[in-house]
Write a protein that binds this ligand. Structure first.
Ligand code: FAD
Ligand code: NA7
Length: 516
């Protein structure tokens, strides 16, 4: 009856205004006798936290989001939006683009552009300021969106007092307590430092590299992670003498044939690699950093660098959240939260994004999980997050996009003789005039022999992210080898080489594509 009255009173309004008004009235009514200040409190205003908070507000609930950035060891700090916006995907992709443009300038000579190459210089300060300017506009955009959607935002650090109460520490040092019926932990992670002398004092991480006041100069990147390779790739591309120190393998967790091709391409592109090495010590004299390290054969080595960047993985930022106090279960080493369907071991507390154990650490994953959780909590939905077949791209100088299983994982899951690998080495047409080396441009599709379904697709080449995105939909729809081979390509593109795959690894035939 109450709803009916509201409907009849507001019949002349447009539909969306109408729905908003109704939900506001319902919410107001609910708030009158609410037990807690908020229906939902989100700790962490990054990709996942913001998405979950905004979606919940759209569903008419009272929401608050807390976001606070502890300065990095070098004192770097940033605005609202979390890792992706400030010190991850966004600045990374823009630095990558800057490096690609540098190469395109050189390539353009073979397309008839005429200029004096010795006059081409790159200005780090101009690029850094432009990127930080863009990032600040995104920070502002997030604040505006929260305001427009009626989400209460606090630039403050949260920690648990009880399962329904969070202490808020404002920047000014002021403390207050908020209560909420449901709490989402979306605090993400921060880069790790190795426990060696000088690392914390002199080293930087991805938290600092994008906003360095001075150009990084000769740089040592420690780690074989995707963050390490991406940073080394763009630093090399911008003209810095760059070395990557890899302890064991590159890109653990990714397809290892693709990882090797990526590292080979980077080495040909000018990045130096120290394989099987671990850093022991960093010392500083004048403005130079002397790094001592040990190689696999136990030999000691040293060299000097202007910058040492550690990209040795990330740890969940849960140390000061008070999880122990309220009984939220977490992994003892990574401090990541253990959860099933984003539900932690405490019924009204949830976790999304990078902080969740065993899930892909990617922005769209955090966003989707946050939105779906909101709809399950407040929208009557039962839809769960599906973490399978999430496509991703490594933005190394030659980009790598993939979806589904690596060859190693496929063999592990189905057995060596239960999969067929279709592959091809191809030459992007754009590489022809500058006569660029295409020996790492490679594609492979991993097919289950049982049902002919494609269980993994890997593409190494220009614009890999753009090429591979649609295939994650295809894999979700039960994509088979037959579907692939029936597809007509777009000519002349690199992507068409995927639908032309017809040579299996097992055949031993040369997989190099010749002609159209
Ligand atoms: P975050 O975005 O990390 O947000 C967590 C927020 O919570 C932060 O602002 C943090 O300061 C805040 N916080 C922490 N503790 C508290 C507290 N107690 N109180 C209040 N606030 C707190 N992903 C991609 O999809 N594509 C890419 O190309 C890509 N590139 C990347 C490149 C780099 C260099 C890095 C480091 C990451 C990259 N990622 C990429 C990963 C992506 O950034 C993360 O997966 C994503 O940001 C995770 O979102 P989140 O919401 O879980 O956490
Ligand atoms: P990862 O994948 O955890 O990679 C960490 C890298 O750093 C890896 O190459 C490690 O080598 C190396 N590492 C770790 N500790 C050290 C020390 N102490 N010294 C030298 N090298 C070290 O980190 P990312 O953040 O890139 O990736 C996170 C996730 O995103 C990952 O799950 C991917 O699937 C995607 P190791 O291989 O252990 O020898």
């Amino acid at each position: 009856m109450y709803l009916h009255n509201i409907f009849t009173r507001t019949h002349s309004l447009c539909k969306c205004h109408f729905v908003r008004k109704i939900s506001a009235q319902i919410t107001e009514r609910k708030f009158d006798n609410r037990k807690y200040q908020y229906d939902l409190l989100v700790i962490g205003g990054g990709s996942g936290g913001l998405a979950c908070a905004k979606e919940t507000a759209l569903l008419g609930r009272k929401v608050a989001v807390l976001d606070y950035v502890d300065p990095s060891a070098r004192g770097t700090t940033w605005g609202l939006g979390g890792t992706c916006v400030n010190v991850g995907c966004i600045p990374k992709k823009l630095y990558h683009q800057a490096a690609l443009l540098g190469k395109a300038i050189k390539d353009s000579k073979s397309y008839g552009w005429n200029f004096d190459e010795s006059k081409i210089i790159h200005d780090w300060g101009t690029l850094k300021d432009a990127i930080l300017g863009h990032v600040r506009s995104l920070n502002w955009g997030h604040r505006v969106q929260l305001k427009q959607k009626n989400v209460d935002y606090f630039n403050a650090k949260g920690s648990f007092i009880t399962r329904n109460e969070v202490e808020i520490l404002h920047k000014t040092g002021k403390k207050e307590n908020f209560s909420a019926e449901n709490i989402v932990i979306a605090v993400g992670g921060r880069p790790k430092y190795p426990d060696i002398p000088g690392a914390l004092e002199y080293g930087i991480t991805s938290d600092d590299v994008f906003s360095l006041e001075k150009p990084p100069g000769k740089t040592l990147v420690v780690g074989g992670s995707y963050v390490a390779l991406e940073c080394a790739g763009f630093l090399t591309g911008l003209g810095f003498d760059t070395t990557v120190m890899v302890r064991s393998i590159c890109l653990r967790g990714f397809d290892q044939q693709m990882a090797t091709l990526i590292a080979n391409h980077m080495a040909n592109d000018g990045t130096k690699f120290l394989h099987g090495c671990i850093p022991l010590k960093i010392e500083k004299a004048a403005d130079l950093l002397t790094v001592k390290w040990e190689s696999k054969d136990k030999q000691l080595h040293e060299d000097t660098f202007n910058t040492v960047l550690f990209a040795i993985g990330r740890e969940a930022y849960t140390k000061n959240l008070g999880l122990e106090k309220i009984g939220v279960e977490f992994h003892p080493d990574s401090r990541k939260i253990v959860g099933q369907n984003e539900q932690t071991s405490v019924p009204n507390i949830y976790a999304i994004g990078d902080v969740l154990l065993g899930k892909p650490e990617l922005t769209p994953v955090a966003i989707k999980a946050g939105r779906l959780l909101s709809h399950r909590l407040f929208g009557g939905s039962t839809q769960e997050m599906d973490y399978e077949n999430v496509a991703t791209t490594v933005f190394t100088p030659l980009e790598y996009g993939c979806v589904g299983l690596s060859e190693e994982e496929a063999i592990h899951r189905f057995g060596d003789n239960q999969i067929e690998v279709y592959h091809a080495f191809y030459k992007p047409l754009e590489f022809s005039l500058p006569q660029k080396d295409a020996s790492q441009c490679y594609i492979k599709a991993i097919v289950s022999k049982t049902n002919k379904k494609i269980v993994g697709l890997h593409f190494l080449g220009p614009s890999a992210g753009e090429v591979i995105q649609g295939y994650s939909t295809a894999l979700r729809c039960g994509f088979t080898l037959e579907h692939l081979q029936q597809t007509v390509g777009i000519h002349p593109t690199c992507a068409e080489e995927i639908v032309k795959l017809n040579i299996t690894k097992a055949s031993g035939l040369d997989p190099t594509v010749t002609g159209c």
